[in-house]
Design a protein around this ligand. Structure first.
Ligand SMILES: [Fe+2]
Length: 324
């Protein structure tokens, strides 16, 4: 089979839009749709199917404004209305969270941004996370659009957690199938000596939940290896040492390069991911660069995860289903 024909056969064309896979296990570019123009029902169905199949999809050259961004999210579910947002978020759109300046975050807690990052980096894979994974009902999906991007650096990478689960050996799959784990905001943070404003912030905003270590996807039925380097504190019932070793192995599995796709942002780029079936790596190569990077995010409300045994996640502190 020629390469062209092979590609054509893998490229799905529905409703005038084209879905082009970009990596072996995850990621597809979607062409032929104007997100600001209000995609019709058939296009919405095609995008939804592509997100479920490829876990993250990418659009280029879009002209979405805040209202269009929220309207787009509404076609796929209920946008999350955030109670607390950064200073840069547009006040008239409570669904939109704007990341305007990474350097602002550490400053909020009286630290250089670099120090704040360093104190939070309890493992080398820490940057890998799903959005709001310590909540009892993490968002189902995130739609992120780029306004201003650096000329280089600042890419985002996603990993497919269904593929990671499927790639485990059969004995390991049955071992993890029955486990649960505590996910918590602020895991592994190394406090500053004396009064640390970030520790106070964490205590005031504690969020923790017990999630199944393997989640059954509510739409596709796939089993998802529900781990990340950011929120997972401890596997329930294992000793601290056992839990640390097993988690390290699982997070390494979950971030194996073959399960990932990396995206180079341009102004007008949009990434739309299934937050239940993926983790993503926040950019870590641009903190030392002095380029602005302005991104806007809308999340779509999700449900309480359920394990293979049918048991749902349970809140430990700080979150209740549907209440942000
Ligand atoms: Fe994120």
């Amino acid at each position: 089979m020629t390469t062209d024909r092979a590609l054509a056969e893998r490229t799905a064309r529905t409703a005038g839009i084209e879905v082009r896979p970009v990596a072996g296990h995850i990621g597809a570019e979607i062409h032929g749709v104007d997100l600001a123009g209000g995609p019709d029902d058939a296009a919405v169905a095609a995008i939804r199917a592509a997100v479920l199949r490829w876990k993250v999809v990418f659009f280029r050259g879009q002209r979405l404004d805040h209202a269009g961004h929220v309207a787009l999210a509404r076609r796929f579910g209920e946008p999350v209305v955030l109670p607390r947002r950064g200073k840069a978020s547009p006040p008239e759109f409570p669904e939109i969270e704007t990341t305007a300046d990474r350097l602002e975050l550490g400053g909020r807690f009286g630290m250089e941004h670099d120090e704040w990052l360093r104190r939070r980096r309890h493992t080398l894979l820490r940057g890998w996370h799903c959005d709001h994974g310590a909540r009892v009902d993490p968002p189902a999906a995130t739609i992120l659009r780029a306004e201003t991007v650096p000329p280089y650096g600042g890419d985002t990478t996603w990993s497919n957690l269904a593929a990671a689960y499927a790639g485990l050996s059969a004995p390991m799959r049955s071992f993890v199938d029955g486990l649960r784990a505590e996910h918590r905001l602020g895991v592994g943070y190394q406090p500053r000596p004396g009064d640390d404003a970030y520790v106070r912030h964490l205590l005031d905003h504690q969020i923790a939940s017990e999630h199944p270590l393997v989640r059954v996807h509510p739409v596709t039925g796939e089993r998802i290896l529900f781990v990340n380097g950011y929120y997972v504190e401890q596997i329930t019932g294992l000793s601290r040492a056992e839990s640390r070793a097993v988690l390290e192995m699982l997070v390494e599995e979950a971030t194996r390069p073959e399960y990932t796709v990396r995206f180079r942002w341009e102004p007008g780029s949009v990434a739309f991911w299934d937050n239940r079936a993926t983790i993503h790596l926040a950019p870590s190569d641009n903190a030392h660069l002095d380029f602005p990077r302005v991104m806007h995010r809308v999340m779509i409300a999700g449900e309480v995860p359920v394990g293979p045994d049918g048991r749902p996640s349970r809140p430990l502190t700080g979150s209740a289903p549907g209440r942000w």
